[in-house]
Design a protein around this ligand. Structure first.
Ligand code: ADQ
Length: 728
């Protein structure tokens, strides 16, 4: 696949975005299409258009009622329409995507609509429709690349339908700090949605870190290098900063037409310094503060009023969202205020052009501008900053750039500024105006090097390469072999079942206290106990297990086998003396560390201590873990306990205690019994390891395991257990 790199493991690339790069236009002379020249269309042009890719998205209102002519046009462009009704545009796009996720990702909390349950429903439904359409088209070997916040649920919804698909997700907006993201009532669903992907890309390493931290804090996942493990499946989380087609901007800037237009523009404002800003009229782009800073500068330096000319190009956007209409009013009022104070009868200082311009006009503005003001309050990347730099082919011009734009992490030679600090912003504008020519040239040369180095084509290819290199997730649907093994067990006599509890018989819940067995589970176990010897082997305390299963005729083993109660009403017995002598002194060590670790807590069992840190900031957690490990290694009784890392927990347990200790004891009384064992995490591997050769070991989920069989989740475990009690 030439345009997708040299790797031929990927067959086709399925691109997915809210809008298609074309809009269908019904007309009196027949149907037509309008091609989008927007950022995403340009960005993906290097991987779309050679016939080996398909693009899924909404082609505009005409796509909801396709004529045969439109269908043919769409197919010709290698696009697949996904219809979105007018009501859904309101709820899914304007209400949830742009009314909730957009302001949240840009840290503008006062604009987030939290009472958006109906809009969330529409968001979920439209995401399902996308997943459905893609699944219908997906074939083994195809890779899928989903774009942006409107479609955050698609990766997981698609993974349910096509477990073996390679799926990538790219977020074009910032991923906010976890403390901000946590506000979202649907935070878990959104994270889980994105985690359906194999590769998750962001513009900066900081956004990637925020995402990984949110997954750790809210879902208990751990980052190793740049990989998060979700149920054993690796999810690569990395920065892929988007670029522009710098060559194309440079060539257009040099063209005669652009040079002429730029010269005309300059001729109209002789002797003046031209300041330019180009934005969508979006409240994240910081237009009001830019105008306020200009007002402050002109107040401090009134002589500049005859020397400055500011063109603010603002493309109308999302005009049906309330916050945008208010914003437009604010901007208009500020422009009038500044012009009212500093304009002259013949000339205004600020010129607000409320429209989109064609590429030649845009390039002419870039070429003519002495100073470019890119001062968003928050921006995923910001392409305007890069386009300006690429257009300054004579190394002139100054870029004033917000430190809250992703582009600031790459464009070091710009004048970085905090747009919330009006004095700093006013000083940065002044410094740009007065910057000596040699400093301008030095800085601009650096900026141009940087934008030519990271082209948009390289961006698209590096993401696709990363996707191609991701391993194909193994299928974990119950197999025929497992069905046959279960069939054999159904007829076997006697039968012994060793069962883990959390993650195996019940789903994990955020609080261990709420993961109680439901009626269906109790019924399944009760029936199973009539035809098999059942043992629940868990890391939980005796009290919890007694509480859950005390009335059932089954064996219970608590704290990973330290305690056992083989039949109901018999006493619990411990395998080793409890509490161990090291428990009290180590508790003090643990408590000392927990006190200094926000979000961490200590769990104490009769023969074990556990340091839980899932709500702790990851770097702090790593530091404290280091301290704890050192203290444990140096402890005089260190040969009497094992240190066991788990999912965001470090446990210290009596040496020699693990789930496997239960197996020989139970089987001593039933040496030739058929055996089944089911578990979902690392501690269950010890159980599997102690089983006789003939046993049927079943791992829940995708994690590494020595078990011969797998099932995807709790539902399938229960079905498997129920099937063992069916009479043939
Ligand atoms: P946007 O928020 O749209 O993109 P930006 O990156 O600046 O922001 O891209 C805007 C594009 O529109 C630029 O290519 C620019 O040339 C063009 N444009 C703006 N005003 C125009 C006008 N008046 N006339 C013509 N063209 C105009 C989102 C994220 C960004 C991220 C991009 C890409 O919000 O942070 O950089 O996606 O990932």
């Amino acid at each position: 696949m030439a345009r997708l790199g040299t790797n031929t493991k990927v067959n086709r690339l399925l691109l997915v975005s809210n809008r298609l790069p074309i809009t269908l236009i019904p007309g009196a002379d027949g149907p037509a299409i309008e091609r989008s020249t927007g950022g995403l269309a340009t960005a993906l042009s290097s991987v779309h258009g050679d016939g080996r890719s398909l693009w899924f998205g909404w082609p505009g209102p005409a796509g909801n009622d396709l004529t045969p002519e439109f269908t043919a046009l769409l197919a010709e462009q290698h696009t697949v329409p996904v219809e979105i009704s007018a009501a859904e545009v309101k709820a899914y796009y304007e209400g949830f995507s742009n009314g909730v996720l957009w302001p949240l990702c840009h840290y503008l909390l006062d604009k987030v609509r939290l009472d958006a349950h109906e809009d969330w429903e529409a968001y979920r439904l439209v995401n399902e429709r996308f997943a459905e359409r893609i699944a219908r088209e997906w074939k083994p070997g195809d890779a899928v690349w989903v774009h942006d916040y409107q479609l955050a649920l698609v990766p997981a919804l698609l993974r349910q339908r096509c477990p073996e698909a390679r799926i990538g997700f790219f977020l074009h907006v910032p991923f906010p700090a976890p403390e901000i993201f946590r506000i979202l009532p649907w935070r878990t669903e959104v994270l889980r949605g994105i985690l359906g992907a194999d590769v998750v890309g962001f513009h900066t390493a900081q956004y990637a870190f925020h995402f990984a931290y949110a997954c750790s804090q809210l879902l208990g996942l751990e980052l190793a290098g740049d990989v998060l493990r979700d149920d054993g499946r690796p999810v690569r989380v990395a920065a892929f900063p988007i670029g522009i087609d710098a060559e194309a901007f440079a060539t257009r800037a040099a063209s005669e037409e652009v040079q002429r237009r730029a010269a005309e523009l300059r001729a109209g404002i002789p002797e003046r310094t031209l300041l330019v800003a180009v934005d969508r009229l979006d409240y994240t782009k910081g237009l009001p503060r830019r105008l306020l800073a200009l007002e402050r500068l002109l107040t401090q330096r009134p002589e500049l009023r005859d020397k400055l000319h500011f063109i603010q190009l603002a493309v109308p956007t999302r005009e049906n969202v309330d916050a945008y209409a208010d914003y437009r009013r604010t901007v208009n009022e500020l422009v009038s205020r500044v012009n009212g104070r500093f304009g002259t009868p013949t000339r205004n200082v600020v010129h607000l052009l409320h429209r989109s311009v064609d590429p030649v006009e845009l390039s002419a503005l870039y070429v003519a501008a002495d100073v470019m003001l890119v001062t968003p309050l928050r921006d995923g990347m910001n392409l305007v900053a890069k386009e300006y730099a690429a257009s300054r082919i004579d190394d002139s011009g100054v870029l004033v750039l917000s430190e809250f734009a992703g582009a600031a992490t790459e464009l070091h030679e710009a004048l970085h500024v905090n747009p919330y600090d009006l004095d700093a912003l006013a000083s940065a504008i002044l410094r740009a105006i007065e910057m000596p020519g040699d400093e301008r040239a030095l800085r601009m040369a650096g900026l141009r090097r940087s934008v030519h180095g990271g082209s948009v084509h390289r961006w698209a290819r590096s993401f696709v390469t990363s996707l191609e290199e991701s391993p194909i997730p193994p299928a974990i649907a119950p197999t025929r072999a497992l069905e046959e093994a279960a069939q054999a067990l159904r007829d076997a006599e006697p039968l012994v079942a060793f069962l883990d509890y959390d993650g195996t018989l019940v789903d994990f819940s955020t609080s261990p206290r709420t993961a109680t067995p439901d009626r269906e589970l109790l019924r399944v176990l009760e029936r199973l106990a009539k035809r098999a010897t059942v043992h629940v082997v868990s890391g939980r305390s005796r009290e919890s297990l007694e509480d859950f299963f005390g009335s059932l005729p089954i064996g219970l083993h608590a704290e990973h086998g330290l305690w056992s109660r083989k039949t109901p009403h018999s006493p619990w017995t411990a395998r080793l003396p409890v509490p161990p002598t090291w428990l009290a002194p180590l508790r003090e060590v643990f408590e000392g560390i927990v006190r200094r670790t926000d979000g961490a807590f200590l769990e104490e069992k009769s023969g074990a201590l556990a340091f839980h840190y899932r709500s702790t900031e990851p770097q702090l957690a790593q530091r404290r873990l280091g301290e704890l490990r050192l203290a444990l290694a140096a402890h005089p009784a260190s040969s009497e306990f094992d240190v066991l890392p788990g999912a965001r927990v470090l446990e210290v347990r009596q040496r020699g205690i693990h789930k496997g200790v239960v197996v020989p004891e139970v089987l001593a009384a039933l040496p030739s019994a058929a055996v089944i064992a089911i578990g979902d995490d690392l501690t269950d591997e010890a159980l599997f390891g102690a089983l006789p050769e003939r046993a049927v070991a079943v791992r829940v989920g995708r994690g590494q395991s020595i078990a011969r069989f797998r099932v995807p989740g709790v539902r399938e475990v229960r079905a498997l257990l129920a099937s063992l009690t069916e009479t043939t």
